[in-house]
Design a binder for this molecule. Structure first.
Ligand SMILES: Cc1ncc(COP(=O)(O)O)c(C=O)c1O
Length: 428
């Protein structure tokens, strides 16, 4: 018998957990319900603002005021090498060597820049594999690359579908598909954690299988970065990209990140789209007509970075660095384990089913729930009536994500209790 009482949540929160940094974040006031603050379980969509972010932004604005053009070199945090400072913490976050990562652009832009290099179709080997339930932007990105290189996107893009009646992909089915179409697959590009189902893909196994058939393998880590430990270098991933506005709490539309494996760095056979930030910084201002690409992921960057958008990423990376992904993941598993127990109790007496796999290897912070009622309306009522913020994805999924840095067991309890009230007319 599961203890669904509020007291248990309060007791669990009373245990000290160094991975909980709630006091470092600004929790929005609740729109409705009995509690003053929101139970914010939508960090999978947009993370909360760290308290330190405002001061970081103001410091960069002050530097602009004080130094104007001289700020490139003379600001306390000079703008010219600003992104360099983020290299080490970003590398630690995704399990990379510092020169394999760069903070730049936004996610879809980075996917395009990386596909421009790593999708090298030939007449026969021209297919790109993605999951059928890929985020729309990824789907558009790979379809447009196929079309750009003269292939029909309808046949060039191979979409991985779960078995009939199942919600998530099985690793063995992914591998079977790769082997079945081995000769025609040029690139595999999948979400490391699926945005809809919350399933975690077996990245090392699928990467190895992709390489075995001669394909390049890249990962969209929008829902994985800052959520689960990653080892991109050791997994031998070719390329990856992520955003920083979800679990990484760097603000709406914040600057993203990209990874290119060491073995591709400085490879003169690789073509890429270039700009003045791709070239060797020591000769950049000689304004030569030809670039001299850096032997780092920076070779894929194009423009001078948007400094006011970089400060929030710096602030966020410092928090992740001080907590560390192993401790964060441990807390995350405890939170989702608890939330799952409560949601299973709600499922026993309502219409919901849990879509996200229960196995710890196959889920991260998000639990996706299928609902027969109008998901949009229920999500709205959860906020209006209970101060519980989750999000929905059409047509029938509600995503509930206790981000471990700032969410509590009590937040999980509030979410399950509110859902129960809305669907059954009684609490848990
Ligand atoms: C999995 C995934 N891919 C791509 C995107 C698009 O990101 P951006 O708007 O930063 O390009 C998102 C946005 O939420 C996403 O979740």
């Amino acid at each position: 018998m599961v203890d669904t009482g509020e007291d248990r949540a309060i007791m669990l929160d009373a245990e000290h957990d160094p991975a909980l940094r709630r006091e470092e974040f600004l929790i929005p006031p609740a729109i409705g319900g009995a509690f003053p603050l929101t139970a914010y379980l939508a960090g999978n969509s947009l993370g909360l603002q760290p308290r330190a972010t405002r001061a970081e932004l103001m410091a960069d604005l002050d530097a602009w005021e004080q130094y104007a053009v001289h700020g490139h070199l003379e600001a306390d945090r000079p703008w010219l090498p600003y992104h360099e400072e983020m290299r080490d913490p970003a590398a630690r976050l995704v399990g990379a060597l510092p020169r394999e990562v760069v903070i730049m652009n936004s996610l879809t832009v980075n996917l395009h820049l990386l596909l421009a290099t790593f999708y090298r179709p030939t007449a026969v080997r021209h297919r790109i594999v993605i999951e059928d339930r890929a985020f729309s932007s990824d789907s558009y990105a790979v379809r447009s690359h196929a079309a750009l290189r003269g292939h029909d996107p309808d046949t060039a893009v191979l979409r991985l579908r779960p078995r009939p009646g199942e919600d998530v992909l099985r690793t063995e089915d992914v591998i079977e598909t790769l082997h079945k179409h081995a000769h025609s697959i040029a690139t595999v590009m999948i979400g490391g954690v699926n945005y809809l189902t919350g399933e975690v893909m077996d990245m090392p196994t699928i990467t190895a299988a992709g390489h075995e058939i001669g394909a390049t393998v890249g990962w969209d880590l929008a829902h994985a970065a800052g959520n689960i430990p990653l080892h991109l270098h050791d997994w031998d991933v070719d390329f990856a990209a992520w955003c920083t506005y979800k679990y990484l709490n760097s603000g709406p539309g914040a600057v993203g990140g990209a990874f290119v494996h060491e073995r591709h760095l400085g490879d003169p056979r690789l073509h890429r789209l270039e700009g003045w930030w791709s070239t060797n910084p020591t000769t950049r201002f000689e304004m030569r007509p030809e670039s001299e690409p850096q032997a780092s992921a920076d070779a894929w960057s194009l423009s001078n970075p948007p400094i006011f958008a970089m400060g929030p990423v710096r602030t966020s990376l410092a928090i992740f660095d001080s907590v560390g992904m192993p401790a964060l993941r441990e807390r995350s598993l405890r939170l989702t384990g608890y939330l799952r127990e409560l949601l299973e109790t709600v499922a026993e007496r309502s219409s919901i089913t849990l879509v996200t796999p229960a196995d710890d290897d196959r889920h991260a912070a998000q639990i996706s729930v299928r609902i027969v009622e109008d998901a949009d309306a229920v999500t709205e009522r959860l906020s209006d009536n209970w101060g519980v913020v989750v999000d929905e994805r059409r047509p029938d999924i509600i995503r509930i994500a206790p981000a471990p840095l700032y969410c509590t067991f009590h937040d999980c309890w509030r979410a399950a209790d509110a859902l129960s009230w809305e669907l059954t007319g009684e609490g848990i």
